[in-house]
Design a protein around this ligand. Sequence first.
Ligand SMILES: Cc1cc2nc3c(=O)[nH]c(=O)nc-3n(C[C@H](O)[C@H](O)[C@H](O)COP(=O)(O)OP(=O)(O)OC[C@H]3O[C@@H](n4cnc5c(N)ncnc54)[C@H](O)[C@@H]3O)c2cc1C
Length: 402
Amino acid sequence: MSERTFSPEQVEFRDYCRRWIAENRPAAPSFRLPLSPIEVMTEDQRRYLCDWQKRCYQAGLIGSDYPKEYGGGGHRGFQTIATQELGRAGVPYMINIIGLNMAAPTILNHGTDEQKRRFLPPLLSGDEIWCQGFSEPNAGSDLAGVQASAVRDGDQWIVNGHKVWTSLAHFASWMIMLCRTSSTHKYEGLTYFIVPIANTKGVTVRPLIKITGETGFNEVLFEDVVVPDKLRVDEVGKGWTVAMTTLLYERGAAEGAGSGGGTSLDERIDALVALAKGMRRNGGSAWDDGVIRDKVMQLAIRVEAMRQSARRAKVEPLTEHPMRLPLQSKVQLSELLQDLAAVALEIEGPHASLYLGDVHAPENGQWPLAYLNSYGFTIAAGSNEIQRNILGERVLGLAKSK
Ligand SMILES: Cc1cc2nc3c(=O)[nH]c(=O)nc-3n(C[C@H](O)[C@H](O)[C@H](O)COP(=O)(O)OP(=O)(O)OC[C@H]3O[C@@H](n4cnc5c(N)ncnc54)[C@H](O)[C@@H]3O)c2cc1C
């Protein structure tokens, strides 16, 4: 949505968002916040971020376009504005990222009225954190290979299995979970559930430590977990269709119930320039090095190109396929973040080997951390290889891979 095409109500809402954010920006915490919500580890971090999400929700900046009866603001065309303004302001990100971007739109599209009334309000406010149980040790890119089983027992289901790479499960009240309900059909044998996680008999959440030394994701084990049938989402055997809705939102092809905040790409470019100006090199600074300046400029051009692509994606006559630009943005953004962090390490030179907690590490070791973390983003939400396959097959019409 271009600001030039805003209605008077949207202009008024944008101005309100700007005012509210300026007046309510939270004070910086006394502890370090991780780079993204999927690395949130401690109770202090959780509390700080949940409090921020709740305030944004109460102010109407989250769930703005969701129906009022399900806890939303009941508007149309407001969420993009709120998200943009939160992004511009460099305020903290929303912790309930899986709830807002994946569970909420899935429940809104496929859930019962009872599910929408029960789950959406505390999801939007951040009172209940959500996680996503799709991946398993033998089902990642081949998601339809899911083996965690749900077996019907009257008006309930008995769930057994093993999910992995489950971001935020350690704080989650609920999981959106893909289960096998029939072994006869690969795709039609899948059913989608909402499964209780916190304090649930038979559920074990085990943190996984990443190369960065941080956790944030987990493996989750299910042993005879009882799930009432009223927590099934859509029909038995329709799990694959429901999961495709979740993935559409997860991969950025459609807008969820709200996000925004975190470090913007412009801020990251500014931070690179500041880093280069501060690092000593050949009697001057790294910024005096034409090669470094050129690399930073190449990144700045990619940032601008992404911004213009995002604008173009919203104008139908300018896109020959509605999914092309939104789908490619996940590949572009994750690879840009990786290249950006790699240039930062080049600027730091040998200092890049110093990590978090080392008093001699430039900028507290943030850039080596960002570099290591960036590999997760090229894998999460479906690896970039898979995303390229999807673009090739569905957008360019190339022959299908096996
Ligand atoms: C930071 C992070 C957070 C995550 N959070 C969650 C979460 O909350 N919930 C959840 O369910 N999952 C989560 N995941 C898991 C993620 O969805 C999977 O890691 C991803 O789908 C890849 O699956 P895999 O790890 O099993 O790799 P595999 O599927 O085993 O793939 C291994 C490699 O082979 C390549 N490959 C596989 N098949 C093909 C093909 N057909 N063509 C070309 N290349 C191919 C892949 O691109 C990859 O490089 C997360 C992952 C990360 C990194």
